[in-house]
Design a protein around this ligand. Structure first.
Ligand SMILES: NC(=O)c1ccc[n+]([C@@H]2O[C@H](COP(=O)([O-])OP(=O)(O)OC[C@H]3O[C@@H](n4cnc5c(N)ncnc54)[C@H](OP(=O)(O)O)[C@@H]3O)[C@@H](O)[C@H]2O)c1
Length: 278
């Protein structure tokens, strides 16, 4: 197994989207499943289906579990929810090379810094993405909304490392490096904190929050609160209202992940999404 193999931890919507996109680039990523999920498939390769509104493509992908990983991990993309990231990383910790590059692709703020502090020899990067994807079935991902992903190091002293430069070109996802990733994470968090909880509360699609009625009153109140939090933290975020309304309009027919989790009776990310340590 070449030592530049991409490993992807978590085979949900984002994990499958990134795995399929890496296959599209010609790489051979390996998807890491929980031991129990891996046993269900009882085979080492699965067909991974990537659909967009225009086309469908199939890729043959390796699946592994923490027990079956047989080479050191040098490049790892973490695609779990925020609350699962540290436990998932700990399950593969024995396989992480000392200089492993780890990219955390989940939403929120605080959990990324906890992981960074728990992985002192590895280089930890965070990503913030506006792509939209959902799983129609296991290993069948629908890329519903094409967005942008920004990647930046969580350690100021490691800017000179190449990190994930090779994803910034010839890749089907729009990826760019970002020097101020924490600011991007805060902004995304502020936007999500206005939209996601409300869509779960009202059991509605993102666009329905702009109803010129009760939902929009709540939305605009949350925007005011989130703006004052950003201001108190001295995060330069202009026109949060425009951004939140823009997301509601551009993703009008989407069900937020929080609303989807609430509908399925699953734990949402909300109470884990900000875990700032003082
Ligand atoms: N989906 C989107 O459009 C989108 C867009 C932007 C950002 N995000 C963010 O990206 C993150 C991931 O979202 P998602 O929609 O991909 O969530 P998801 O579909 O729920 O996928 C998370 C995956 O992680 C797996 N997982 C959890 N613990 C694990 C462990 N210990 N070992 C291996 N796998 C483990 C889960 O498996 P189990 O089901 O077995 O728990 C699940 O397959 C979230 O923070 C979300 O807010 C999502």
């Amino acid at each position: 197994m070449p030592n530049d193999t991409w490993y992807i931890l978590g085979a949900g919507s984002i994990g499958c989207l990134w795995a399929a996109s890496l296959c599209h680039k010609g790489a051979s990523p390996r998807l890491i499943l929980r031991e129990s999920s891996y046993q269900q498939f009882a085979r080492k390769r699965v067909p991974l289906k990537l659909s967009t509104p225009d086309q469908t493509a199939l890729f043959d992908v390796d699946i592994v579990s923490p027990e079956t990983i047989n080479s050191p991990i040098n490049r790892l993309i973490v695609c779990t929810k925020a609350q699962d990231a540290l436990a998932a990383l700990n399950s593969v910790k024995a396989h992480l090379a000392d200089n492993c590059q780890i990219l955390l692709l989940y939403n929120g703020m605080g959990s990324q810094q906890t992981v960074r502090d728990a992985m002192p020899t590895q280089t930890v990067w965070a990503g913030s993405s506006t792509d939209g994807a959902y799983l129609a079935a296991p290993f069948e991902v629908y890329h519903a909304g094409r967005g942008n992903t920004w990647i930046g190091s969580l350690r100021n002293d490691q800017r000179s490392e190449p990190g994930f430069d090779d994803l910034c070109s010839n890749f089907r996802l729009n990826v760019s490096q970002c020097d101020a990733i924490e600011q991007k994470l805060w902004e995304k968090l502020a936007i999500n904190s206005c939209i996601n909880g409300l869509t779960a509360l009202f059991n509605c699609r993102n666009g329905e929050l702009l109803d010129n009625g009760e939902k929009q009153v709540w939305l605009d109140q949350l925007i005011i609160e989130a703006s004052s939090v950003l201001a108190a933290l001295e995060i330069p975020a202009t026109s949060l209202r425009e951004k939140v309304h823009g997301v509601c309009q551009n993703t009008a027919s989407n069900l937020s992940s929080t609303c989807q989790d609430a509908r399925r009776g699953r734990a949402t990310e909300l109470s884990f999404i900000v875990t700032i340590q003082h």
